[in-house]
Write a protein that binds this ligand. Structure first.
Ligand code: FAD
Length: 465
């Protein structure tokens, strides 16, 4: 016989959206049940942000050693060649995932969130059935937060399997593929492609658009393209993947030629789709916006008391957006009046070099109003040079409204610049103007001085260029 569980709040999905919502709700005294079919932490922690960044870090370390073995860098050489025991690298990466997964479990236990393991199937908007390890359970709630996340998109003619893999497959490979072909030059494909190129794979990228990282402007992604080309990653831009024949990917190039790319693995990273099927969404009477669940600026769906957050509700599909929405909905359920009105959501791409973007780029801003743009190259930044990051062609760029100098966007590309995203988004959230940045004393020598100089440049008085 099914057990019945009644609760004030039921959260479906324990990713960065769902588990943050559950923790915040519990902090506020809301009786909460969190349901997940898989390991707590969701895509981000188990098969996304964290394991990918761990592999990227390990790959960078291996490549540094390999380069030092070929020719001494900074006067430091290595006798012999470094070895890669990929299974141990993957165990190290899994250790980080396990530790963070354990941390989420502990936080939820301490906050007294009741965690139920199993796959939810809704029978109406506020009731779902779940097969738990303890037996069938029916859960009914006053409020439901849907945070079921997203799934990798499969390409017609290239179904995921042993040979054709998604990012999840790439993060659980048992060996470094000798020849890796990547379909899709978005951030997930290029982050993983960069890591595997550093591990020694011969990487080829096939992208339908005529440039890499199409969501960023071309000037910002040029240093990344240069790095890929310099490191023998073959790029087929404006090209169409056709399908697999005899272990090779058929491709139609931008010039209309048909070529065949032999591959040990083909990694398809052409985007992610909301996970909105197979769990009874159709029983809930919820309006959709295309493939995403439609929500208002409080993340309320069209059904009263049902909320949706994270990748399920649209772009940007990023962990920190999911968490911010989860936090807000928990506070609304506990009685606060709030709206999701982020002045800026930063996006970071952990390629080589890294890319950060907050707010609008110069072209987008210039279509709306007159703007000032200030750009400062890392080549003229002491800290970048002292970290061997001066020669990548990287820069920081600030875009501001001409009339009142209000900052509308900040973009940067360069080695180790992901950590600058916090300063960029802080100044934008606080409604900063160029003079604010110009008046702040930035520590020397740091990469942040390039941001200071970009604001000075926009004001017409940069010091170091
Ligand atoms: P998810 O994290 O997808 O969690 C959804 C959860 O719901 C899952 O645990 C799933 O098991 C559970 N679930 C689904 N259906 C049911 C059901 N019916 N019953 C019970 N449980 C269910 N974002 C960044 O911000 N920075 C990055 O660097 C970054 N890197 C990434 C790298 C990769 C390779 C990938 C794939 C993604 C990356 N992302 C990154 C995106 C990020 O992972 C997602 O934006 C984020 O995880 C979305 O959070 P979410 O809570 O909406 O959903």
């Amino acid at each position: 016989m099914a057990t019945t569980l009644k609760t004030r709040l039921l959260v479906i999905g324990g990713g960065p959206g769902g588990y943050v919502a559950a923790l915040r709700a519990a902090q506020l005294g809301v009786e909460t049940v969190l349901l997940d079919a898989d390991r707590l932490g969701g895509t981000c922690l188990i098969r996304g942000c964290i394991p990918s960044k761990a592999l990227i870090h390990a790959a960078g370390y291996y490549q540094d050693l390999a380069e030092s073995a070929k020719s001494a860098r900074f006067g430091i050489g290595i006798l012999g060649t470094p070895t890669l025991e990929f299974a141990a690298t993957m165990r190290w990466k899994e250790g980080i995932v396990d530790s963070l997964n354990g941390g989420v479990k502990t936080l939820l236990r301490r906050a007294k969130v009741r965690v139920v393991s199993g796959y939810a199937r809704f029978t109406d908007a506020k009731t779902c059935n779940v097969e738990t390890p303890e037996g069938p359970t029916t859960i009914a709630a006053e409020h439901v937060i849907l945070a079921t996340g997203s799934l990798p998109i499969e390409m017609p003619g290239l179904p995921f399997g042993d040979h054709v893999i998604s990012s999840t497959g790439a993060l659980s490979l048992t060996e470094v593929p000798r020849r890796l072909v990547i379909v899709g030059a978005g951030y997930i494909g290029l982050e993983l492609g960069t890591a595997f190129a550093k591990f020694g794979s011969a990487v080829t990228v096939v992208e339908a658009q005529n440039r890499i990282l199409p969501l960023y402007d071309a000037e910002l992604t040029a240093p990344v393209q240069r790095w890929l080309e310099k490191h023998h990653v073959t790029l087929h831009l404006g090209a169409k993947a056709l399908g697999m024949t005899d272990g090779a990917l058929g491709v139609e190039t931008a010039q209309g030629n048909r070529i065949s790319l032999p591959a040990d693995k083909v990694l398809v990273t052409i985007g992610r789709r909301p996970n909105a099927e197979g769990w009874g969404l159709e029983q809930m009477g919820i309006e959709m916006s295309g493939r995403f669940i439609k929500v208002d600026d409080r993340c309320a769906t069209s059904t009263r008391g049902v909320w949706a957050i994270g990748d399920l509700v649209g772009e940007p599909m990023l962990a920190h957006k999911a968490s911010a929405q989860g936090n807000m909905v928990a506070e609304i359920i506990s009685g606060q009046r709030l709206r999701f009105d982020a002045a800026a959501i930063p996006s970071v791409c952990f390629t080589e070099p890294e890319v950060v973007s907050v707010g609008v780029d110069p072209d987008t801003a210039a279509k709306r109003e007159e703007v000032l743009v200030g750009q400062f190259p890392f080549q003229a930044n002491g800290r970048a040079l002292s970290m061997d990051g001066g020669a990548t062609g990287g820069f920081v760029r600030v875009v501001a409204r001409k009339s009142d100098h209000r900052i509308l966007g900040i973009q940067a590309v360069g080695t180790h610049i992901s950590e600058l995203s916090a300063q960029f988004v802080t100044i934008m959230e606080m409604g900063g103007v160029l003079e604010d940045v110009a008046g702040i004393i930035h520590a020397h020598p740091t990469l942040s001085e390039a941001f200071h100089e970009s604001a000075l440049k926009a004001l017409g008085h940069a010091i170091h260029i």
